[in-house]
Design a protein around this ligand. Structure first.
Ligand code: URA
Length: 284
């Protein structure tokens, strides 16, 4: 790989900011909270002591300020692993690439990334309106297969692959886990589990409106393989963090129990509980 990046590869805006996130290196903290929904960004930053940066482009909204005197950023990613590909590469570029000269920096900087999301549980015993930390993840979205150096296996991935029944989807699978250094902060979450990340909300997660999904037993079969919950971002956050040298952890509020057909009675209250729970732990 060439050390100097061409203008077509690392695209910058006129003010020198990274193209999609619209941010300059000084606009972000080393601790970053990632949420999906742009409207959730002010609902997090209202807890900060100060907010000095507010920038946005498309679905990427960023607020940076301080919490209990420490610098912190909250950013929305929009939905899905294709957005996460943009967010992770551009966040990394902000800290590990000299944007003016388009050259890699010699000293590596690691970011701490805390995703706060929502998910549906596929374990009938996992109750809605509670928090679930993703310790392991399987990506069914295929993203990490486009990165040449990606390889990850552990006990969970081996047993999942050995027993995964859908031959047409199997080539897309990839695995990762959360940063062990961050897991300790979240040790008292109600649930810890194995998350499956999908490239869609409906048939990919076994939902059937007017279109039939692959298998009526999809949820049960994935739960039998050790999966606790379904969502759309964590595999890419964990996978790209490993390759780029960042630390990441996801906590999701369980807003649906798919096996029981239940949805959270007040998901706004659950979201508030999650935000307060995370902010208490990421900065003491
Ligand atoms: N997000 C998802 O991707 N799936 C759910 O069931 C709930 C939230």
């Amino acid at each position: 790989m060439l050390n100097k990046l061409a203008a077509s590869e690392l695209v910058l805006n006129d003010d020198g900011s990274v193209y999609h996130l619209n941010l300059l290196p000084e606009d972000i903290a080393d601790k970053i909270l990632l949420v999906g929904d742009p409207d959730r960004v002010p609902r997090v930053s209202k807890y900060f002591d100060t907010v000095e940066i507010k920038k946005n482009k498309r679905e990427f909204y960023t607020h940076t300020g301080t919490l209990r005197g420490e610098r912190i950023t909250v950013m929305s990613t929009g939905i899905g692993t294709e957005n996460i590909d943009i967010v992770m590469n551009e966040l990394d570029a902000l800290v590990n690439i000299d944007l003016k000269n388009k050259e890699f920096k010699t000293e590596h900087k690691s970011l701490d990334l805390f995703r706060m999301g929502t998910c549906g549980s596929v374990n009938p015993d996992i109750q809605v309106d509670n928090l679930l930390v993703s310790e392991n993840v399987v990506g069914l979205d295929g993203l990490m297969h486009f990165y040449s150096d990606y390889k990850f296996e552990n006990e969970f991935s081996k047993s999942f692959l050995d027993n995964f029944p859908y031959a047409n989807i199997k080539p897309m699978l990839y695995f990762s886990d959360c940063a062990p250094e961050l897991l300790d902060l979240y040790k008292d979450a109600k649930y810890h589990g194995n998350t499956a990340t999908f490239p869609g909300f409906y048939a990919p997660q076994g939902r059937q409106l007017r279109l039939k999904a692959l298998d009526d037993q999809f949820l049960e079969k994935l739960n039998d393989l050790g999966i606790s919950n379904f969502e759309m971002e964590t595999s890419a956050i964990y996978g790209l963090s490993k390759l780029l040298g960042h630390k990441a952890i996801t906590v999701n509020c369980v807003i649906a129990n798919r096996r029981r057909g239940e949805f959270a009675a007040d998901h706004h209250a659950s979201e508030k509980m999650m935000i307060e729970w995370v902010l208490e732990r990421v900065i003491k």
